[in-house]
Design a protein around this ligand. Structure first.
Ligand code: S3P
Length: 165
Protein backbone atom coordinates (compact mmCIF):
# COMPACT_ATOMS: atom_id res chain seq x y z
CA UNK A 1 0.00 0.00 0.00
CA UNK A 2 1.29 3.46 -0.90
CA UNK A 3 -1.33 5.78 0.51
CA UNK A 4 -4.59 5.31 2.38
CA UNK A 5 -7.40 7.17 0.62
CA UNK A 6 -10.62 8.05 2.47
CA UNK A 7 -13.82 8.45 0.49
CA UNK A 8 -17.49 9.00 1.25
CA UNK A 9 -20.24 11.59 1.17
CA UNK A 10 -19.85 15.13 2.51
CA UNK A 11 -20.07 15.00 6.29
CA UNK A 12 -18.97 11.37 6.66
CA UNK A 13 -15.83 12.54 8.51
CA UNK A 14 -13.08 12.18 5.91
CA UNK A 15 -11.09 15.11 7.30
CA UNK A 16 -11.46 14.47 11.04
CA UNK A 17 -11.01 10.70 10.74
CA UNK A 18 -8.12 11.19 8.31
CA UNK A 19 -6.23 13.45 10.71
CA UNK A 20 -6.74 11.03 13.62
CA UNK A 21 -5.80 8.04 11.50
CA UNK A 22 -2.59 9.68 10.34
CA UNK A 23 -1.69 10.37 14.00
CA UNK A 24 -2.43 6.81 15.09
CA UNK A 25 -0.65 5.21 12.15
CA UNK A 26 2.32 7.61 12.16
CA UNK A 27 1.61 8.52 8.53
CA UNK A 28 1.58 11.89 6.79
CA UNK A 29 -1.76 13.61 6.21
CA UNK A 30 -3.00 15.22 3.03
CA UNK A 31 -6.36 16.87 2.38
CA UNK A 32 -6.96 17.13 -1.38
CA UNK A 33 -9.57 19.90 -1.06
CA UNK A 34 -7.18 21.88 1.13
CA UNK A 35 -4.47 21.42 -1.47
CA UNK A 36 -6.77 22.60 -4.28
CA UNK A 37 -7.74 25.68 -2.25
CA UNK A 38 -4.13 26.58 -1.50
CA UNK A 39 -2.97 26.07 -5.07
CA UNK A 40 -5.75 28.24 -6.44
CA UNK A 41 -5.63 30.84 -3.68
CA UNK A 42 -9.36 30.68 -2.98
CA UNK A 43 -11.84 28.64 -0.97
CA UNK A 44 -13.89 25.95 -2.71
CA UNK A 45 -17.16 27.95 -2.73
CA UNK A 46 -15.31 30.67 -4.64
CA UNK A 47 -13.79 28.15 -7.07
CA UNK A 48 -17.30 26.85 -7.81
CA UNK A 49 -18.72 30.37 -8.15
CA UNK A 50 -15.95 31.88 -10.28
CA UNK A 51 -14.54 28.96 -12.24
CA UNK A 52 -17.45 26.52 -12.18
CA UNK A 53 -17.94 22.98 -10.93
CA UNK A 54 -16.48 21.43 -14.12
CA UNK A 55 -13.26 23.32 -13.54
CA UNK A 56 -13.19 22.19 -9.91
CA UNK A 57 -13.59 18.57 -11.10
CA UNK A 58 -10.58 18.97 -13.38
CA UNK A 59 -8.51 20.35 -10.49
CA UNK A 60 -9.71 17.44 -8.36
CA UNK A 61 -8.67 14.93 -11.03
CA UNK A 62 -5.24 16.55 -11.33
CA UNK A 63 -4.79 16.43 -7.55
CA UNK A 64 -5.62 12.72 -7.62
CA UNK A 65 -3.21 12.05 -10.47
CA UNK A 66 -0.45 13.74 -8.45
CA UNK A 67 -0.88 11.20 -5.65
CA UNK A 68 1.48 9.04 -7.71
CA UNK A 69 4.26 11.24 -6.27
CA UNK A 70 3.26 10.54 -2.66
CA UNK A 71 3.88 7.60 -0.42
CA UNK A 72 2.76 6.87 3.13
CA UNK A 73 -0.03 9.43 3.38
CA UNK A 74 -3.55 9.28 4.71
CA UNK A 75 -5.48 11.25 2.10
CA UNK A 76 -8.91 12.87 2.56
CA UNK A 77 -10.75 13.37 -0.71
CA UNK A 78 -13.78 15.52 -1.47
CA UNK A 79 -17.15 13.78 -1.59
CA UNK A 80 -17.28 13.85 -5.39
CA UNK A 81 -13.79 12.53 -6.02
CA UNK A 82 -14.31 8.78 -5.75
CA UNK A 83 -17.84 9.07 -7.12
CA UNK A 84 -16.09 9.58 -10.47
CA UNK A 85 -14.98 6.20 -11.89
CA UNK A 86 -12.08 7.87 -13.74
CA UNK A 87 -10.63 9.03 -10.43
CA UNK A 88 -11.26 5.62 -8.90
CA UNK A 89 -9.44 4.00 -11.83
CA UNK A 90 -6.47 6.36 -11.40
CA UNK A 91 -6.22 5.42 -7.72
CA UNK A 92 -6.61 1.73 -8.48
CA UNK A 93 -3.65 2.05 -10.80
CA UNK A 94 -1.53 3.45 -7.94
CA UNK A 95 -2.32 0.47 -5.69
CA UNK A 96 -3.37 2.84 -2.92
CA UNK A 97 -5.91 1.44 -0.45
CA UNK A 98 -9.35 3.06 -0.49
CA UNK A 99 -11.52 3.21 2.63
CA UNK A 100 -15.21 4.13 2.38
CA UNK A 101 -16.47 5.97 5.47
CA UNK A 102 -20.07 4.82 5.41
CA UNK A 103 -22.62 6.83 7.40
CA UNK A 104 -26.38 7.14 6.82
CA UNK A 105 -27.61 10.15 4.88
CA UNK A 106 -29.20 11.74 7.93
CA UNK A 107 -25.93 11.60 9.89
CA UNK A 108 -24.04 13.26 7.03
CA UNK A 109 -26.78 15.79 6.40
CA UNK A 110 -26.96 16.90 10.03
CA UNK A 111 -23.21 17.58 9.90
CA UNK A 112 -23.31 19.61 6.65
CA UNK A 113 -26.68 21.33 6.57
CA UNK A 114 -25.36 24.64 7.96
CA UNK A 115 -22.16 24.62 5.91
CA UNK A 116 -21.18 26.79 2.95
CA UNK A 117 -20.41 23.79 0.71
CA UNK A 118 -21.62 24.73 -2.78
CA UNK A 119 -23.60 21.53 -3.28
CA UNK A 120 -25.38 22.06 0.04
CA UNK A 121 -26.23 25.62 -0.93
CA UNK A 122 -27.41 24.65 -4.42
CA UNK A 123 -29.52 21.57 -3.61
CA UNK A 124 -32.60 20.79 -1.56
CA UNK A 125 -32.32 18.08 1.13
CA UNK A 126 -34.21 15.74 -1.24
CA UNK A 127 -31.74 16.40 -4.04
CA UNK A 128 -28.83 15.81 -1.67
CA UNK A 129 -30.36 12.50 -0.60
CA UNK A 130 -30.66 11.49 -4.27
CA UNK A 131 -26.99 12.44 -4.80
CA UNK A 132 -26.05 10.41 -1.71
CA UNK A 133 -27.94 7.39 -3.07
CA UNK A 134 -26.42 7.66 -6.53
CA UNK A 135 -22.87 8.02 -5.21
CA UNK A 136 -22.97 5.20 -2.67
CA UNK A 137 -22.51 2.44 -5.27
CA UNK A 138 -19.46 4.26 -6.66
CA UNK A 139 -17.87 4.54 -3.21
CA UNK A 140 -18.54 0.84 -2.65
CA UNK A 141 -17.04 -0.07 -6.01
CA UNK A 142 -13.92 2.04 -5.39
CA UNK A 143 -13.28 0.88 -1.83
CA UNK A 144 -11.13 -1.95 -0.53
CA UNK A 145 -12.66 -1.50 2.91
CA UNK A 146 -15.87 -0.03 4.35
CA UNK A 147 -16.27 1.13 7.95
CA UNK A 148 -19.24 2.47 9.93
CA UNK A 149 -18.58 6.21 10.05
CA UNK A 150 -21.52 7.13 12.26
CA UNK A 151 -19.38 6.29 15.34
CA UNK A 152 -17.12 8.82 17.14
CA UNK A 153 -13.99 9.84 15.20
CA UNK A 154 -11.54 7.89 17.36
CA UNK A 155 -13.53 4.67 17.01
CA UNK A 156 -13.79 5.05 13.26
CA UNK A 157 -10.04 5.66 12.95
CA UNK A 158 -9.27 2.61 15.11
CA UNK A 159 -11.73 0.47 13.13
CA UNK A 160 -9.84 1.34 9.95
CA UNK A 161 -6.49 0.47 11.55
CA UNK A 162 -7.83 -2.81 12.93
CA UNK A 163 -9.16 -3.83 9.54
CA UNK A 164 -5.92 -3.15 7.67
CA UNK A 165 -3.59 -6.08 7.06
C1 S3P B 1 -17.94 17.97 -2.81
C2 S3P B 1 -17.50 17.78 -1.53
C3 S3P B 1 -16.61 18.72 -0.85
C4 S3P B 1 -15.79 19.51 -1.86
C5 S3P B 1 -16.68 20.14 -2.87
C6 S3P B 1 -17.52 19.12 -3.64
C7 S3P B 1 -18.85 16.96 -3.42
O1 S3P B 1 -15.73 18.03 0.04
O2 S3P B 1 -14.88 18.67 -2.52
O3 S3P B 1 -17.50 21.07 -2.20
O4 S3P B 1 -19.00 16.92 -4.65
O5 S3P B 1 -19.38 16.13 -2.65
P1 S3P B 1 -16.22 17.32 1.42
O6 S3P B 1 -16.74 15.96 1.06
O7 S3P B 1 -14.99 17.26 2.24
O8 S3P B 1 -17.27 18.18 2.00
Amino acid sequence: MNNLILCGFMGCGKTTVGQRLAQLAGMGYLDLDQQIQEENGMPIPQIFAQLGQDHFRRLEHQAIARLAQREGYVVSTGGGALANPQNAAAIDHLHDKVVFLDAPFQVCFDRIRESDRPLVQQNTPEQLRALFDSRRSHYLAAADLKVDASLPVDQVARAVLDALP
